[in-house]
Design a protein around this ligand. Structure first.
Ligand SMILES: N[C@@H](CCC(=O)N[C@@H](CS)C(=O)NCC(=O)O)C(=O)O
Length: 245
């Protein structure tokens, strides 16, 4: 199986963590979406990552990919048993992908990390401050009532836990941590999840991805032990796609 996508994308991290939890073997083509070539546009019509290639199956969208993984490889399921717990897990995954994505990726990580690194332009600090002071606190109030004070949402680390925790890694890369005095349950949960061996393994490659440029990245990731595809759908220059700002 191949995954096209940067190790620092929360959506890619979610899929990689699920592959790890299911103990499936995979290789990564570690491109950022903006560096995708024409073939990437064909494989990912919205020019977004992750993309999964499994034999003759090609799928975009992290949620669809994770659902495919559970259907095609049912061992070590990512969702709990029972209609209601499964629906709740799927809702929390959706909440993470949409609301936390808007706040933690587009409001923080894109501003403070992607804009300077990829586009050589400054962050929109006004948007960052509005995210931090108004929008994010409301999301954290919600999570504080939903997350468990110990363990994970459905026993072992599963899809909903992975989806939620993954976005907070990007918040940390943007210099933002959850205030444990105000949201102790959420802060504890995020700390526990990101300390899981699956996330710790991926963090090694993320560190390499963040400190290298396109030219030197492949070799540095291989040196760190990442399993990469022989082929890349990346190119040397970024191009603005359909990204949401
Ligand atoms: N709903 C998609 C969202 C994926 C997504 O937005 N990925 C970002 C990277 S973190 C991307 O590719 N952005 C490029 C763009 O929007 O142009 C999923 O769950 O996979």
């Amino acid at each position: 199986m191949q995954i096209i996508g940067s190790f620092v994308s929360p959506y890619v991290r979610k899929v990689l963590a699920c592959l790890e939890l299911k103990q499936l073997t995979y290789e990564v083509d570690p491109i950022t979406p903006f560096f995708g070539n024409d073939e990437f546009s064909r494989l990912s019509p919205l020019r977004r990552i992750p993309v999964l290639i499994d034999g003759d199956v090609t799928i975009s969208d992290s949620s669809v990919i994770c659902a495919y993984l559970d259907d095609a490889y049912p061992q070590r399921p990512l969702l709990p048993q029972g209609a209601a717990p499964r629906a709740r897990a799927r809702w929390l995954e959706e909440y993470a992908d949409t609301r936390l994505g808007d706040l933690l990726v587009w409001g923080l990580f894109y501003q403070r990390v992607v804009r300077p690194l990829v586009w050589k332009e400054p962050a929109d600090e006004q948007r960052v401050q509005q995210t931090l002071s108004e929008k994010l606190p409301r999301a954290l109030d919600y999570l504080e009532g939903e997350l468990p004070a110990s363990g994970f949402l459905c026993g072992n680390l599963g899809l909903a836990d992975v989806a939620i925790a993954s976005f907070f890694r990007n918040a940390a890369y943007a210099g933002v941590e959850v205030d444990a005095a105000r949201w102790p349950v959420t802060a504890g949960f995020i700390g526990r999840a990101l300390d899981h061996p699956v996330f710790r393994k991926l963090a090694k490659y993320e560190a390499v991805q963040l400190r290298t440029d396109v030219a030197g990245r492949r070799q540095a990731l291989l040196d760190a032990g990442a399993k990469l595809t022989a082929q890349t759908y990346g190119q040397r220059e970024p191009r603005r796609g359909m990204m949401r700002l």
